[in-house]
Each structure stands twice: as structure tokens, then as C-alpha cells.
Design a protein around this ligand. Structure first.
Ligand code: FES
Length: 123
């Protein structure tokens, strides 16, 4: 795969554990996420800024206040990601570059992991 990837979104939407949200809630958010990315052509491998990948995951180990959405490489974790919130996150965070602070529960940016890893492997 020689495609530029801009973001990878992981959504805990219909976990077998059913701890962070009801499966019906999660499925609605997952369907909205797939549809909005497709409708805005953000999932296209030919998008000039790089494509946005999405994956439905079984558990992100938060297990409350879901659906939970994790956005890489920013390492931004959102809670209570309803279909309406999906729309707002796509527009504000992914398109305009402004994460929605009041819905963020955790920040683990990939850049800090990479820097830490380089420090560990070179020392
Ligand atoms: S069940 Fe969704 S984060 Fe664990």
C-alpha cells in the first residue's frame, strides 16, 4: 500500500463486553462514521491530504462513557461519541484541526511515544 494515511480512527462501538455503551448506540455511531467519511470523500486513497482510515474495535479499555473514539496520530480520545458528535468531531477536529476539548477524556499523542522510543533505543 503506497497510500498516504492522514488519520486512523478507532471506534469501540459494539464490543462483546458491552461495557462502555449499548450495542445499538455503538452501531449507530459506527454507521454514521462510515457514511460521513465516505460522503465527504475523506476515506478515498486518492484524497490530496491523505486518506482517513477507520476501524471498529472490540475494546479500548476505557469501558465507560462510550462509544469511545481514538484518533491517531493525535492520540485524542473522545467519550460519548454519538452520531451528532461524530459529525462535529469530523468537521472540527479532522477537517479544521480543532479538537473539541470538552469531549476529550485522554491525550496520548503518537509523537511523544516516538520521541520516547527514540530516546530509549539510542541511550
Ligand atoms: S467496551 Fe468499549 S472501551 Fe471497553
Amino acid at each position: 500500500m503506497n497510500t498516504k494515511v492522514r488519520y486512523h480512527l478507532l471506534l469501540c462501538a459494539s464490543s462483546k463486553k458491552q461495557l462502555c455503551c449499548k450495542s445499538t448506540q455503538g452501531i449507530k455511531s459506527w454507521e454514521r462514521l462510515k457514511n460521513i467519511l465516505k460522503n465527504l470523500n475523506l476515506d478515498s486513497p486518492n484524497h490530496p491530504k491523505g486518506m482517513i482510515l477507520r476501524s471498529k474495535v472490540d475494546c479500548l479499555r476505557v469501558c465507560k462513557s462510550g462509544p469511545i473514539l481514538l484518533i491517531w496520530p493525535d492520540g485524542i480520545w473522545y467519550e460519548n461519541v454519538s452520531p451528532k458528535r461524530i459529525d462535529a468531531i469530523i468537521t472540527n477536529h479532522l477537517i479544521k484541526g480543532n479538537p473539541i476539548k470538552e469531549w476529550i477524556i485522554k491525550e496520548t499523542p503518537l509523537a511523544s511515544f516516538t520521541k520516547e522510543l527514540r530516546t530509549r533505543t539510542t541511550s
